[in-house]
Design a protein around this ligand. Sequence first.
Ligand code: ATP
Ligand code: MG
Length: 202
Amino acid sequence: GKVDLARATSDVIDAVSVLSAERQVRIVMEGPETGAPVHGDRDEIVQVVQNLIDNAIKYSPQGDVIEVVVQPEVTLEQASAPWSGGNRGGGATRLPLVTPDREPGLRYAAVTVRDRGPGMAREYLPRLTERFYRVEGQKSGERPGTGLGLAIVKHIVNRHRGGLTVESAPGKGAKFTAYFPLAAPRGAAGSRDFRMTAGRRT
Ligand code: ATP
Ligand code: MG
């Protein structure tokens, strides 16, 4: 089906408002709040955005601001490039965690979640999407989790032939970007059939 990534994202922000208020964290969505149609399963795409925002809330100190941006149309290169306003002082490492098959001309809608929390050292970044992986030294008592969120994100993004990047450094917060193939307007030249590569639609 067709899913509006921007609307799904603003819905997630509404849905977590109790949690973010409890943690005294403010979520600010920049850019359009509707109008980024992608191919896929709405519940799964919501799960991707939800996991990224959950992490940003969980790892943000009280009183912090989390920025969320949906870019309605980017190329693969743009989707994995630093956004303007970039990595706050430099020194952050950007790493692709999921890279889609390259199809020339394919365009994506991207959602980026940026926090100002503790960030992560470069050495941890490649393993973030492993099941049960949690970064050492982050107190599990205060920030409980199973280490499955980003593994699920990777799985869903893969199924949608999308991508995922992370950009972070210790003390510089974390920025995650997930992107999905844009749904071409109905009947437009170059529009393709979308099929899930796994799961219930195969
Ligand atoms: P779960 O999502 O299953 O509740 P989790 O949040 O620990 O548990 P993931 O979402 O998979 O698991 O994240 C894996 C690890 O990556 C986290 O335990 C944490 O160490 C690190 N991490 C993820 N997002 C951030 C972030 N925004 N800032 C700092 N560290 C992060
Ligand atoms: Mg998580």
